[in-house]
Design a protein around this ligand. Sequence first.
Ligand code: PGA
Length: 256
Amino acid sequence: MTTKMRPLVAGNWKMNGTRECLTQIKAIAEGVKGPLSEKIEALLCPPSTLLYVSTALADDSPLAIGAQDCHQDRCGPHTGDISADMIADCFGTYVIVGHSERRTHHGETDQLVRAKAAAAHEADLTAIICVGETAEERADGRTLDVLNKEICASVPEGARAGRTVIAYEPVWAIGSGHTPTAADIEAAHAFMRARLVELFGAEGQKMRILYGGSANPTNARDLIRIPEVNGLLVGGASLKAADFLAIYGAYEQLPA
Ligand code: PGA
């Protein structure tokens, strides 16, 4: 059964974007105004240097602004980190945690990701918790095992659907131009839905599960039609307003 919920199209700018790119953020904030925003939520996660100015730019727009990571503590001696409270203080409403680039390059474990998601919840932010298998794990037929382990260990106990989004991002699909087949994405999302329901009951039924990894204006229409795909997490193709808006606009053509 496909769960009905308000899909989310989220852009992750990663370590890209300077003040020069504020024109793109402004264009996205303008572009998502309109009737579609009642049905589909739009979110942009710029680098933290642009967070405060981005929320100001999106002030009169349905575009939500979020961050790409947060520390698990509220404050303290953590040079270079930002806390969930700081994101909320900049009027951000979302934070991505456990992106595979953080898991791989910064050695983040499931336990740490769970602590970060809990810190986000504490600050009243919605946590987008990323999970996904590597190419090697996929080749070994361990995709569902990995998803099971990451969901069980990275999502905080008592997580609520209103403040928790899961993003399925196969590591090998990120930035590669390759995506899994629709059947593979469907199987992964159905599996995650079943696990979320087992773990969180009715809340697990309502949690949005995004697909991420080489989503673009060309494949978006097909990706959003896959059962249990409740939105997209978009990296490279979110940097240009026109591309992000084309992906968002793909929902116009989706039969209700
Ligand atoms: P990509 O990145 O769309 O550039 O593949 C997705 C992500 O890492 O969130």
